[in-house]
Design a binder for this molecule. Structure first.
Ligand code: SAM
Length: 259
């Protein structure tokens, strides 16, 4: 089954199998040093899973029934010793507020079509302690960007409010088979707390509605001008600021005055 990955790959499940052993080794080396169980979303052909089960207990979620059959066979020993727990089905259906009922670190080469959704769910999940995930490079930059950088936006503030965020590795399409059309990156988020309240995230969405307009203007879709003026004056913020020019801390200060 491992031979012709391009023939096996199902586009609808975002299947781009990681074949570069050097990249796999770097993911393993970058894993958070914790006693937590690993949750892997999308083990695929088991290329990353085989290294993960060597170092930690793993629960893996795979939607593709053909791959699930293959994994059950390939990892029969690890499943028997409970080094690996395999859950077949759509991870989003398994995932209520907590994906696992014990602390876990999410380590995965994620299916890109739902990567942002998965990361937001993991940030909100109190059982999830850290994330080390391969995703589309452009999305990784949105989570990791600093104020004043082009990619800085609501996702950067959401992620950086709950943890330390960094890109540990840039990965070219040639590391995968079949090769994706986009560049990839491995993103590390070491969580300090859980996701912000929903009101803060809605506030951020309005703050960044039109990134080229001023923050002041964007906020008028949600708050009265007098309220905004008063909050800006308390925090000594210029009316001409664009949303990407504020720090994460300033967003929290502004929200706590406006809410
Ligand atoms: N981990 C493998 C690797 O690195 O080669 C495969 C990664 S591939 C980018 C994404 C994997 O996620 C595929 O195995 C795909 O079937 C699985 N997947 C896609 N959508 C899923 C979902 N909703 N729930 C669970 N697994 C899913």
């Amino acid at each position: 089954m491992q031979k012709d990955r391009t023939a096996i790959a199902k586009k609808k499940f975002g299947q781009n199998f990681l074949k570069d052993e050097a990249v796999l080794a770097q993911i393993i080396q970058s894993m958070p040093d914790t006693p937590n169980r690993i949750a892997e979303i999308g083990p695929g052909l088991g290329d990353l899973t085989k290294y993960l089960v060597d170092v930690k207990s793993v629960t893996a979620f795979e939607v593709d029934t053909d791959l699930c059959k293959h994994l059950k066979h390939q990892f029969a020993d690890a499943i028997a010793t409970e080094a690996l727990t395999l859950r077949c089905g759509d991870v989003l259906e398994h995932w209520k507020s907590e994906l696992l009922d014990e602390p876990y670190d999410l380590v995965a080469n994620l299916p890109y079509y739902i990567a942002t959704n998965i990361i937001l769910k993991a940030l909100a999940d109190p059982a999830c302690k850290n994330l080390l995930v391969m995703i589309q490079r452009e999305v990784a930059e949105k989570f990791s960007a600093a104020p004043n950088e082009r990619a800085f936006g609501a996702l950067s503030v959401i992620a950086q409010s709950v943890g330390d965020v960094s890109i540990v590795l840039h990965v070219p399409p040639s590391a995968f088979e079949p090769a994706p059309k986009v560049d990839s990156a491995v993103l590390l988020i070491s969580k300090r707390s859980n996701r912000n309240d929903e009101g803060f995230e809605e506030f951020l969405r309005s703050a960044f509605t039109q990134p080229r307009k001023t923050l002041h203007k964007n906020l008028t879709s949600r708050y009265g001008v007098a309220e905004i003026e008063s909050a800006f004056s308390t925090l000594e913020l210029e009316r001409t600021l664009r949303p990407h020019q504020l720090s994460t801390l300033d967003f929290h200060r502004l929200y706590s005055i406006l809410k």
